[in-house]
Structure formats: structure tokens, C-alpha cells
Design a protein around this ligand. Structure first.
Ligand SMILES: [Zn+2]
Length: 66
């Protein structure tokens, strides 16, 4: 059975990824979802950088018929 991956665009480079990192990049303290490459870049020497965990594309679970 094929699993449909729900790929979401990185909000910084627009790359479509299955796993995004929830981070804050600046003084506005806005949460953005970025790919791992961007996460590594924006964390370098960024005083506003804050990590809020990963954000996985969630699979829809089929509820079994009873
Ligand atoms: Zn990115």
C-alpha cells in the first residue's frame, strides 16, 4: 500500500519536506516552519533563534470499521 506523504513547503526556501522544524528567527517571535537545511542556517549566531520542536507531516489514520 502506498503511503501518501503530505509534503509541506519550507517557509524559508520553499523546499517540500516531510519534516519541518518550528523555529523563531527574529524579534517578532513568529513561529515559522523550515526544513533542516534552513534550520541549521538560521540557528548560526542568531540571538533570536528559538527551537520549538519538529513538525511532522501527519499521516491520516484510517479508523477501522467496526
Ligand atoms: Zn528551507
Amino acid at each position: 500500500m502506498l503511503m501518501k506523504m503530505n509534503l509541506q513547503p519550507c517557509q524559508r526556501c520553499q523546499a517540500r519536506v516531510a519534516l519541518r522544524y518550528r523555529v523563531q528567527l527574529d524579534a517578532t517571535h513568529t513561529w515559522v516552519l523550515v526544513c533542516s537545511a534552513c534550520q541549521a542556517q538560521v540557528s548560526q549566531g542568531n540571538p533570536h533563534y528559538r527551537y520549538g520542536g519538529t513538525w511532522k507531516a501527519r499521516r491520516r489514520r484510517k479508523t477501522p470499521d467496526s
